[in-house]
Design a binder for this molecule. Structure first.
Ligand SMILES: C[S@@+](CC[C@H](N)C(=O)[O-])C[C@H]1O[C@@H](n2cnc3c(N)ncnc32)[C@H](O)[C@@H]1O
Length: 210
């Protein structure tokens, strides 16, 4: 293994050149104290959304809309992104970002509420893509819900899967790290999923439902 992995990581994170819309959404995220996806993850979301040809997508953890704008840019023009956040100020900022990105209002369904309450109301096997980026302690139940929501062939994307490089060190037993380790194991051991863990950002765990 080369000693330059961190240099390569920084290099790849520095490659995406983000436009004014994303930079403003990042600024609002900062003002609201929300951690948006990294530029590398944002670019990956656009590519994955485009490659998946998803018509219906769900995002858990809207924040100020950085990841939502990246997803919308990859999704086709007639697709709908359902995005859930517990914080109305975050949703308001995200709606501004979506509007600035030129996305018509009918392409996004912003739902305010706890994801644990909202997700069970969404229809089984009705979604092509699910992106999880909400409160980490709930990732195990979001994973369960995501597998239920996805159609066969649907794509699951889980952000922060390496929990700031702590997941790989078994000596680290912090709650979020243990949770994300368990989520990774549950995905790998789920016979209905093909999966791959990318080191992009803080770790992007991808899975496709068989
Ligand atoms: C890491 S931020 C999401 C960032 C966003 N994906 C982006 O890249 O711009 C996590 C978000 O999850 C929301 N959140 C926290 N607990 C939640 C819950 N129980 N249900 C729904 N959203 C929640 C927070 O309000 C916050 O906006």
């Amino acid at each position: 293994m080369s000693a330059d992995k961190s240099t390569s990581w920084s290099y790849t994170e520095g490659l995406p050149s983000e436009d004014e819309v994303l930079l403003r959404a990042r600024e609002r995220s900062h003002e609201l104290g929300v951690a948006p996806v990294s530029p590398g993850v944002g670019a990956a979301l656009t590519v994955l959304a485009a490659a998946s040809k998803a018509q219906t997508a769900v995002e858990i953890g809207t924040g100020a809309g950085v990841s939502g704008v990246c997803l919308l840019r990859g999704l086709s023009k007639n697709s709908v992104l359902t995005t859930i956040d517990v914080d109305v100020e975050h949703l308001k900022a995200a709606r501004e970002a979506f509007a600035e990105a030129g996305s018509p209002a009918n392409r996004t369904r912003t739902i305010s509420g706890r994801a644990a309450d909202v997700l069970p109301r969404l229809t089984d096997a009705a979604y092509d893509l699910v992106f999880i980026d909400g409160d980490k302690q709930s990732f195990p139940s979001y994973l369960e819900q995501a597998v239920r929501l996805l159609k066969a062939g649907g794509l699951l994307i889980i952000n922060d899967a390496l929990d700031k490089d702590r997941v790989s060190d078994p000596a680290i037993r912090e709650t979020s790290t243990v949770t994300l380790r368990q989520v990774g194991k549950a995905v790998r051991e789920n016979e209905n999923l093909f999966s791959s863990l990318l080191p992009t950002g803080d770790g992007l765990l991808l899975a496709v439902k068989r």
